[in-house]
Design a protein around this ligand. Structure first.
Ligand code: 3HC
Length: 310
């Protein structure tokens, strides 16, 4: 049984800002929360490659294609840093992937929406990566060392992603009326799903209380969402697009009051009923199966190298 003294010492370490490292003692619930959150985060990075990969072969210029390809590769890399960091909790990558394929592990709801036009590439970079940064800047200070360190590098790359998306949207917004309309429609499509990324309202967030006490989460879902809204609405106005929420209103404290989110839609997508849930998972399983020979070859090569060293 985890005795109170150990728990108190653990909490004192967290309160003093000392990072928890893989070999340190930690309560089971702390480990389980990280296993859930970090694997969910890793899966999100990798599944998140799919809506953008949809446009790789149809990018409007070589420059746009190179940038998009680099961005998608970065996301794959983020998944790898996060799987490595999550493996330090004693769960193998194979197990994490198996949980994803069995539907036992979630990934960010936002990636279950389609990307029908090139403007979606702009909206995803600007809004989805923009929302991810707000959350991840905060997570750079998370209490688990390997997670915090992975976040530092990921944040640097995400800020480039956010800017490339905004550049696409700004260009389209000052293009032909058709291009501007396409940009507006993509903004309308991704606005609400991006706000949902931060998770349910604080009062509905089952994990926040304990996660904040343990320094896994530093800021609440609603506080982070508000930071994103306050940062993004002026960016919408700057490029001459319309905020998709007609009730958005600047308050005297400098913050925007907005309409409430359609939480039924959020929970429905999380339950697997979003427009692309089954497509995303099916594609991931196929890519994983198709890659089996690469993993086998890498493992065999590694074994051979070890034999040579011995
Ligand atoms: N998508 C899917 N599930 C979500 C979710 C979302 N956007 N938001 C919350 N949930 C789930 C939670 O996992 C939890 O599930 P449970 O039933 O298994 O406990 C439930 O809804 C209740 O939510 P909580 O607020 O209690 O959950 P958390 O305390 O874990 O907070 C979170 C949710 C803020 C997303 C937190 O997990 C977090 O900060 N995660 C790390 C960041 C992350 O995963 N980002 C994903 C995007 S990464 C990305 O976008 C890639 C980039 O390159 C664009």
């Amino acid at each position: 049984m985890e005795n109170q003294k150990r728990l108190d010492e653990f909490q004192a370490k967290i309160d003093a800002g000392i990072k928890i490292e893989p070999k340190d003692w930690m309560p089971d619930k702390y480990r389980q929360t990280l296993v859930r959150q970090m694997s969910q985060h890793a899966h999100s990075e990798v599944i998140g490659m799919q809506p953008e990969a949809n446009w790789l072969t149809r990018a409007p210029s070589l420059r746009a294609k190179k940038i998009l390809m680099a961005k998608i590769q970065d996301e794959g890399g983020h998944g790898l840093y996060l799987y490595c960091a999550a493996e330090t909790l004693g769960v193998s990558r194979d197990q994490y992937i198996q949980w994803l394929h069995e539907g036992k592990s979630k990934y960010a709801s936002v990636f279950n929406y389609p990307s029908p036009t090139w403007a979606d590439m702009g909206a995803i970079g600007w809004l989805v990566d923009g929302a991810a940064i707000v959350n991840q800047v905060s997570l750079q200070r998370t209490s688990y060392g390997p997670y915090a360190r992975a976040m530092v590098r990921i944040c640097k790359e995400e800020s480039f992603h956010q800017r490339q998306g905004y550049e696409i949207m700004a260009e389209m917004a000052k293009g032909t009326p058709e291009q501007k309309e396409m940009a507006q429609e993509a903004l309308n499509r991704w606005w609400w799903p991006s706000l949902m990324m931060f998770g349910p309202h604080d009062k509905e967030s089952s994990n926040s209380g304990q996660s904040m006490k343990w320094g896994i989460k530093l800021e609440s879902n609603d506080d982070l969402r508000q930071q994103f809204i306050d940062k993004t609405i002026p960016q919408v106005e700057l490029i001459g697009l319309e905020v998709p929420d007609k009730n958005a209103k600047l308050m005297p404290n400098g913050s925007y009051k907005t309409s409430d989110i359609d939480w039924d839609e959020f929970w429905n997508v999380i339950k697997g009923n979003g427009p692309c849930n089954s497509q995303r998972l099916k594609h991931h399983k196929k890519a994983h199966d198709d890659g089996a020979w690469v993993r086998a070859a890498a493992e065999a090569y590694g074994k051979k190298q070890m034999e040579l060293v011995d």
